[in-house]
Design a binder for this molecule. Structure first.
Ligand code: SF4
Ligand code: SF4
Length: 470
């Protein structure tokens, strides 16, 4: 099966239950942002202007769990900021598992191996030796770390840890191959760390997904190579979504000065060009989501936004109308459902009800629409069923050639961040030392969280990368 039966059945059961009850609006995925602090400072990252990134401003564990209970979404995507910095991340994951949720920990992967070592230390017994030896052989743990795992203090055994579970996925943010990804996240070695963390997770029987955003300047051929490479690592699933950049000033220039929107936005037409092969990718790789959403991305049909099905909860409350735009925050999910005028948003039959929504085709607005049967066409249910219950695509064969294409940055000797940045942007050449400190985004970029929101800075950077590659 393409995705685990228990998970698919749980999600299908949730939809059927609400359809039978004729619930007009209900949650499918909760985007839970316990904090907005991060250890990276990616180009174009947001949640920064909008929210405090101080560690003082976090959602309490109790409120996180209460939010999940209230909206009752079967899936919870724990994002941020970097959720592995959240001091009670283990308790949060385990609390959500106790509630019976399917969990995605959306991470930049820099602390993943540490969390997995904590797990090993907590559960170690001689039975784990073959796995530990494999991790050592593949340089995924050091001798010192292995010794610490073997001799863990009995207190570590009782520690709450993140264990492998069929209900949990590490969801690693990867926006390209080594050269591109390290430049976007403004730190050398991040791509490599993502790969090491994915390899370690697979050896320890965790489920691993990746999430990727496609920008105006994203090279589609590189994304295809990225999928091949990730598939060769036996990643269990991928989310891919177009970035969306709404900016009032740009919109105003289009309106008043008659400038071409293509100068600024990943327009719907451009998104459709970028995603022309999404259905092919869906057959070749384990892409999450519905084939109906894929048809929408490829320009073969229209869908209506169902942003209420992927609500976002953070330090300010329930964010409306969606993950991207903020017209207000509400105290409760049901209060938000009642008070927001949902029919003011989205695009219906190609006509934007809110000008800010005009070019939006993002996953968090439209993927649930494919599953919930808005704009239902005959055969959609069968299509979704066949996709989810069909055979899982085989991992792409690993090869030295594929590895070479993946490690095209610092590993290939042309990714030294300061040199690469200097080549594409002389003024910025000095930024980006590799360290593991936690940053608050005081030097805030406007824009996107892990690839959503304002994409202009990333588009700029990608355009320069393209030139630099030439
Ligand atoms: S169309 Fe996009 S921007 Fe508009 S409400 Fe839906 S998800 Fe948000
Ligand atoms: S985009 Fe994600 S990983 Fe990058 S700085 Fe922002 S929150 Fe951190």
């Amino acid at each position: 099966m393409r995705f685990p039966l228990a998970l698919t059945a749980k999600i299908a059961g949730h939809i059927i239950k609400h359809k039978l009850r004729r619930t007009p609006k209900f949650a499918m995925v909760l985007q839970l942002e316990p904090l907005h602090t991060c250890n990276l400072t990616c180009t174009g990252c947001g949640r920064i202007r909008e929210y405090s990134t101080s560690l003082k401003d976090m959602v309490s564990l109790e409120n996180c769990l209460a939010a999940a209970e209230e909206c009752a979404a079967p899936m919870v995507s724990i994002c941020g900021g970097e959720p592995l910095i959240y001091p009670k991340i283990e308790e949060l994951v385990n609390g959500l598992l106790d509630q019976g949720r399917i969990i995605y920990i959306c991470t930049n992967a820099m602390f993943m191996r540490k969390k997995m070592r904590d797990y090993l230390a907590a559960v170690y017994s001689p039975e784990f030796e073959p796995k530990l030896k494999k991790l050592l052989a593949e340089d995924l743990v050091t001798d010192k770390e292995a010794a610490a795992i073997r001799q863990a203090d009995p207190a570590a055994r009782d520690k709450s840890v993140i264990r492998p579970s069929q209900w949990m996925y590490w969801n690693v943010h990867v926006d390209g191959l080594e050269f591109t990804h390290d430049l976007i996240v403004e730190r050398e070695g991040v791509f490599k760390e993502c790969v090491l963390a994915i390899k370690m997770a697979k050896i320890l029987d965790y489920q691993v997904a990746t999430n990727t955003t496609v920008y105006k300047e994203t090279d589609v051929a590189e994304i295809e190579d990225m999928f091949k490479f990730l598939s060769s690592l036996e990643v269990d699933g991928h989310t891919i979504s177009p970035g969306y950049d709404y900016d009032a000033a740009k919109k105003d220039m289009v309106k008043r000065l008659g400038r071409d929107p293509k100068e600024f936005f990943l327009t719907r037409t451009m998104t459709r060009q970028k995603f022309a092969k999404i259905q092919e990718w869906g057959n070749a790789f384990t892409i999450f989501g519905t084939p109906v959403y894929q048809e929408f991305l490829a320009g073969k049909r229209e869908l209506t936004c169902t942003a209420w099905a992927i609500p976002t909860f953070n330090i300010k409350g329930w964010k409306a109308p969606c993950y991207l735009m903020t017209d207000g925050h509400y105290g409760g999910y049901h209060e938000m459902l009642e008070k927001v005028q949902w029919d003011k948003y989205g695009v219906v039959d190609g006509v934007a009800r809110d000008p800010r929504c005009e070019h939006c085709m993002v996953h968090c607005g439209y993927d649930p629409s494919g599953a919930l049967g808005t704009n239902y066409q005959r055969g959609d249910n069968w299509k979704n069923f066949k996709y989810n219950f069909g055979a899982k695509p085989k991992p792409y064969p690993a090869s030295p050639e594929l590895e070479k294409r993946a490690y095209c940055g610092v590993t290939a000797g042309k990714g030294h961040l300061s040199e690469a940045r200097a080549a594409i942007n002389p003024a910025a050449g000095a930024r980006g030392a590799f360290s593991n400190e936690v940053h608050n985004h005081d030097d805030a970029h406007v824009g996107s969280h892990c690839g959503t929101g304002d994409t202009s800075e990333r588009d700029d950077l990608l355009a320069k990368i393209k030139d630099a590659k030439k």
